[in-house]
Design a protein around this ligand. Sequence first.
Ligand code: NAP
Length: 311
Amino acid sequence: MLMYDIVIIGAGTAGMSAAIYGVRSGKKVLLLEEKNYGGQIVNTPEVENYPGIIKTSGFEFATNLFNQAKSLGAEIKYEKAVEIKNNGVLKEVITNKETYETKAIIIATGAKNRSLKLDKEKELIGSGVSYCATCDGMFFRGRDVAVVGGGNTALEDAMFLSNYCKKVYIIHRRDKLRGEEKIAKAISEKDNIEMVWNSNVVKLIGDDKVEGITVKNSVDGSEKDIQVSGLFIAVGQEPDNYDFEEVVELDDKGYVVAGEDCKTESRGIFTAGDCRTKNVRQLTTAASDGAVAAIGACEYIDSELDTKNTK
Ligand code: NAP
């Protein structure tokens, strides 16, 4: 069995930041990633609120972080962690391919896109339904599309799409946006973006591809159809930590329970980033969590664990 000091589950901002701090403390670090490195930030066209970086793209940010972690010595494997066994001093992380023995674990699984749970939503992914405007926006050049949500992701997606699409509808369930004022102002100045307030998408129109949506007004209960070729769903994220619920406590929404020290109830198991219970989920707080969790893991290995071994 391959042996590491720290196994980090998830190569998003939190996981990659943790890897940097882990290897720089002289630890043998394995970073496990199910899909692609970068996590959610990869899909953000512009990052303007990371201290010290005036402007970058999410992809560039993530790629720099990935190269930094790798060049410093973190090992990266594309495998899905499916189980953790907490055997005390030495723990096991079991993936779809291997089992790794490790002294400490950092769960940094982030969060996945929340679905609207519409009929045919899953079937029509790639045929008009998308969760990533940066990835799929180009396919809708010159056409009408809708974005659902009122947070920063939805607003940034709408801004991005408005550069290529004929018209962009933003469907939001309230009459007030959750996203930042700066982007909201930019949206209001765009001629080809129309706000559809107090409304929920209740139906996807089209059999093999999206041809339109039905929206329901939550104030007067009226319904109307809007013809669009694409529906970009940006209604936030939800965690996916149930594979680890035997070893760490999850809250009622599935987030790993831990405080600002990133320590879970299981000694030697830490958590970092959007998958953790916290109030503010931002790029900066994900990076911060990565550092806190890795330093905590190193301290645990160097002091707590060594003391335990010598007793
Ligand atoms: P979010 O801030 O949680 O916003 C989700 C939006 O979707 C909200 O407007 C919410 O409505 C709506 N919503 C949730 N469930 C819904 C449902 N079932 N049906 C219809 N609408 C629903 O998520 P996010 O926009 O993905 O942003 C996540 C975090 O990343 C935020 O902290 C955000 O600031 C950050 N972010 C930062 C940047 C950047 O700095 N460049 C870019 C993107 C995201 P309500 O408002 O009514 O709750």
